[in-house]
Structure formats: structure tokens, C-alpha cells
Design a protein around this ligand. Sequence first.
Ligand SMILES: Nc1nc2c(ncn2[C@@H]2O[C@H](COP(=O)(O)OP(=O)(O)OP(=O)(O)O)[C@@H](O)[C@H]2O)c(=O)[nH]1
Length: 410
Amino acid sequence: MAKQGRFSRFLFGSYEEPKTAEPTDADAVDGAVDDVEGNPVDVIEIAADDRPKADTDAAALVEVEPSQEELQEIAADVLSQAEPIAAPDADVVAEIPVEPETQLPWYQRLKRGLSRSSGALGEGITSIFTKRKLDDDTLQDLEDILIQADLGVETAMTITERLSDGRYNKQVTDHEVQEILAEEVDKVLAPVAKRLQITQLESGPHVILMIGVNGAGKTTTIGKLAQKLGAEGKKVMLAAGDTFRAAAIDQLKVWGERTGAPVIARDVGSDAAGLAYDAMSEAKEQGMDVLLIDTAGRLQNRKELMAELEKIVRVIKKHDETAPHSVLLVLDATTGQNALNQVEVFTKMAGVTGLVMTKLDGTARGGILVAISAKHKMPVHFIGVGEGVDDLEPFESRDFARAIAGLADE
Ligand SMILES: Nc1nc2c(ncn2[C@@H]2O[C@H](COP(=O)(O)OP(=O)(O)OP(=O)(O)O)[C@@H](O)[C@H]2O)c(=O)[nH]1
């Protein structure tokens, strides 16, 4: 059977989608809660015994704004795929890896971290273009590989169109394809690659609220940021606002010891907003430049999670009307398409100002950052490619684009 045209496969749905998510057993209930700006937001309750579901790989192949109902489903799905709720003190503190003494330069570590993604892309590209001319079939195969790497349909199409321009029916090299891939990825990412600005150095502290689902890497990212900001000479304080999990509190204390940053913590189960208020007082009193506040990734249900985030924001504002100055959403790259949905849900819920993507080293589908950037155009401040303290770096679009395309640094 002749292959369908590339565009019609997406628009008319004959494209074979990656497997869809299993239906969740989340109990949706009606309820109205305001978001941080006071706008009403629908709420979904998640059953307390919800367990993680299979990978959500359902690509949104045609860009359509989700309806309120769909958004509710997405929210249920997003949160149901977080780690299961553990008894608060049944957890153990994750081991914080010790840095190797000799460290590779960042680009090498980035390339190594993205090697699963670039390897999958590279192998795919080589298998397509070895001894084959550029025609409809090869372009279609390439597009499939790019979509499987989670780059998004739009970017995949742009790349194949650019490649076909002037090269149709000719032999192309892997390198040509990689160069075009890198250039197009860079075009999408360059506008969102923005440094995190610490703006409150005079009136301090600059308050950073870290949010995201369980296990995304919030606590680890706080530790890594504390290290970086401290190395820049900034006075940093940490607040263990994930009072839901004993391990999260302990882990933040370990990071505090390691980075020399004071940690404000209370017992598990304490009121997170009360802790944030006290942390603000302490940070002001001690003349801190930056206050990094950890938050719970998952409570009993989304309503509680949202209420807690709102409350934290409200009490912080009692100290400083302009705070929090940054609300960073931490995304785990290994969650694939689900990360796209998390941006949607948390932005509505908590007014996200920027993204941090972790665990790019743990997936062959690091292209998800490209799809997220193309869709949401949200600033990306940092990316993580490992558990070590130096495995988090400010996001540079060109480096990322060349590394994921498997090209050498320039
Ligand atoms: N491979 C890899 N692991 C990472 C990265 N960032 C974080 N991790 C690991 O991911 C795990 C979860 O990180 P946490 O920082 O505890 O996640 P969290 O979002 O604070 O989770 P909760 O406290 O449960 O809400 C830890 O084992 C981290 O070491 C990364 O960039 N690469």
C-alpha cells in the first residue's frame, strides 16, 4: 500500500500514535478553588490509594486547546503518575552522590547525559539514509524517528521540510541531517533559554518556590542551586516546605550541611505555609539574598496541593508583596509526554515563571524539552543530566541542540 502524504497522516489521524495512557481511576469531583491570582479553577480529587499508571505516551498530534473537561482529565493523569503516597516516615533519604574528583567539562557531561536521546536519533538517521536518496519514504521515516524522540510534530515537520528543500532525490549524509536537526532545535529553544535572574539583592531575599510532582527532582535541584548560588557569593537559605515526606525534610537538611546553607525545617506533617512564613522572617533577619522553598509534590488530592501552594504564596506575600519572585516548575524528562501536561496544570495552578528539566540522562526522549518549548514558550532556566551537584547547569539552547543531534561542540 502506498504511504500516505506526511501532512495528511497527522491531520487525518492515520498516523500510528504511541500507545495511549490507560484510563485512571481518579475520582473527579466538582469543586471550585481560586488560583494564585484569584481566578476560579476546577479541582480534581485523586483517590488516596492511587498508584502510578503506565507511561503516558499519547502525543497530542494536532495542536488543540484542551477543554475544561480534558484539562481535568490531564490533571488527574499528571498527578496519578507521580510516585505513590508513602507513609510519611516510611521513606528513606535518597543517597546524595559524592562528586568524582575529576570532572569532565560541561559540554562533555551534557553530551554524555543526552547520549540516550542522541543515540536513538543518530541510529535512526543512519539507518534511514545509508544508501538511500531523499524521497517521500525517507522523509516520512525521518519524521517518525523525530516524533518518537518526542521532539513534537511541528518541529519534526519543519526539519523534514528544510531537509527536502533543494535535496529531493539526492543523496544526503547523516551529518547534513544532524546539522539541520541541531539548527532547527536551536531555533525553537533559543527564545526560551533564559538565565534565572536574582532580582532582590538590595531588598532581599529573592524568594524561589520550587514546585512539581513527587520525585521530579525538586529537593535535589534546590541543593544544586544552593551550591551554585553560594559559589557566586550569595547568602542562601533553604526551607523544607515538603512537610509531607520525612525523607524530603532530611534530604534538604543534608543538602544544607553540604552547601553550608541554613535550613528551616519542622516535623513531618507541620503546616508548610507556617514554615514558609517563619523562613521568610529568618531569611530577612539574617540578611539572606535567596530563599529557596521546597514544596510537596503530592498531597492526598489536587485540591489540597493547590490550597497548600496558595497558602504558601499568601503568607510569603505578608512579608513581601512582590514574592515569590520565581516559581520554578521542576520536570522529570523521563515522564515524556506527561511533562507537557504538567506544565499546563501547574501553570494554571501556581503561576509558574520558569522551568527546570531534570533527568535528561535517563531517557532516550529528551526531545520532550523541544516539544514543551514549542508549545508553552516558558523560560527554561536549568537542565539536569545527573544526580551530582554539578550535573545541573543553566540552559543553553545551542549546546543542547548540538548535543541532542550528536554533534561535537563548536
Ligand atoms: N539521573 C538523574 N537523577 C536525578 C536528577 N535530578 C534528580 N535526580 C534524582 O531523582 C530522585 C528524586 O529527586 P528528589 O529531589 O528527591 O525529588 P523531589 O521532587 O524533591 O521529590 P519529593 O520530595 O518526593 O516531592 C533522586 O534520587 C535524585 O537524585 C538528574 O538530573 N538525573
